[in-house]
Design a protein. Structure first.
Length: 59
């Protein structure tokens, strides 16, 4: 499975393969990966806001 497809599944953009076996440990791992990707995206948005938008507004 490709990395981009896996990330798309984590972000609920693409449906997961129904034929794939799903063990509890895989479920936990995918949940942790999903949380880390969302936290990374939130951090990017905050950095963009802090470094680009706030200085632009204060002019």
């Amino acid at each position: 499975m490709g990395i981009l497809r896996q990330i798309a599944e984590y972000l609920y953009i693409k449906k997961r393969d129904p034929n794939e076996t799903r063990t509890p440990w895989m479920k936990y791992m995918h949940g942790m990966n999903r949380i880390s990707i969302f936290m990374f995206l939130v951090a990017l948005v905050l950095m963009l806001f802090k470094l680009v938008i706030l200085p632009w507004i204060r002019k």
